[in-house]
Write a protein that binds this ligand. Sequence first.
Ligand code: MV4
Length: 445
Amino acid sequence: MFHKVLIANRGEIALRVIRACKELGIRTVAVHSDVDKDALHAKLADESICIGRAPSSESYLNMKAIISAAEVTDAEAIHPGYGFLSENAEFAEICQNCGLTFIGPTPENIRVMGDKIAGRQSVIKVGVPILPGTKDNVTSVEEAQKIAEKIGIPVIIKAPAGGGGKGMKVVHSPASLPNQFAMARAEANASFGNPDVYIEKYCENPRHVEVQILGDKFGNVIHLGERDCSIQRRHQKLIEEAPCPVLPEKVRKKLCDCAVAAAKAIGYRSAGTIEFLLDKNFDFYFMEMNTRVQVEHPVTEMITGVDIVKEQIRVAAGLPLRYKQRDIKIHGHAIECRINAEDPVKFTPCPGKIDGYHPPGGLGVRIDSAVYDQYTVLPNYDSLIAKLIVHADTRDEAIKRMARALDEYIIGGIKTTIEFHQKIMNNADFIEGDVDTSFLERIKL
Ligand code: MV4
């Protein structure tokens, strides 16, 4: 096992990793930007080093500064958390070349799944269902029209480097195709420096269901069940739960088996997530793989009892997975609300100083957060300030527990999305489990 790990991240995920390291007996090195010297991750780690100025490009994305920090502190491994450098194949490779272990998948794993077309191609081979679409980039309108005719409108045009909805255009009528095609290419070019796009059948109002995977370097791959992350706004997830409240047992088994097959197809090792679209008929389709630990991993930890970050560190150190598939049992139901320093109606960032802080407690309540009373939420970074996670025997009890915990939660001095979440916990459709990815556009709060 590693003696010392550097955490190349900030906020709640940096704390989450520091906590896992402490329990594994590993010393920790935090890196921080100049404006983050009062941040909890810098205080809670055994050592901390300033790596640059406030803009992420000069600090948390500054590969040279991070590698240097690892070298001067004698860290053996780097945990990238999520965001920042977590899905950067070049960074994973540089770590390797510098004799540092990147706590994540191989550079090749990241590369394959970072290219959505390559990702699709590698999972088709092992029988994972995907939506009909192109095997390659589509470069001319004529070609795009032929494909749209063949697979049938509606279709969706996507950038292979995409994810997060960038460069994505839905085509609802043949007449709108040329325009949407040109816009998708222009957006892809602006976002990724590459105008390439591909085309898929569009699945209307799907649920977003994803499966947590763990793989080790001995070829063992297991799943920890699924999460439902359908409640999103502009491709930002707001509420996640596990298990998916509507999945028939047979479909669940097939979905989770497909996720394991997809991960095995690319020799995946580390924690990862296979994302699927689930339609009204409970048909599911592979969408993409996230090759990192995700924001919403705690809901899976609550229902399985598996510490995903510890397991991720152990397999990176070359140890085998501590669990076989038969060891994994699902207990009860968990829900996570992402609490952002944002206007709860407009969802615009509202950074500032927290004045008065009282987190909720009690049975089945977990908070993953890096804020404290009188802490100043900075405008330079993501507005996620806390994840409130609850666990209970049933979904109904979990919803009531979440409503209760949200009522207890006091974060003074700044606007937060707590009141938005209170409204969702009281929404009849949410309580019924009747949600899809268009839920927030459809309901009146
Ligand atoms: C889709 C889709 C429907 N059909 N692909 C959104 C982000 C990007 N990773 C892929 N996305 C979608 N791909 C097909 N063929 C609908 C979406 C989508 C979506 C997916 C999950 C959660 C929320 C979403 C919101 C809008 C669109």
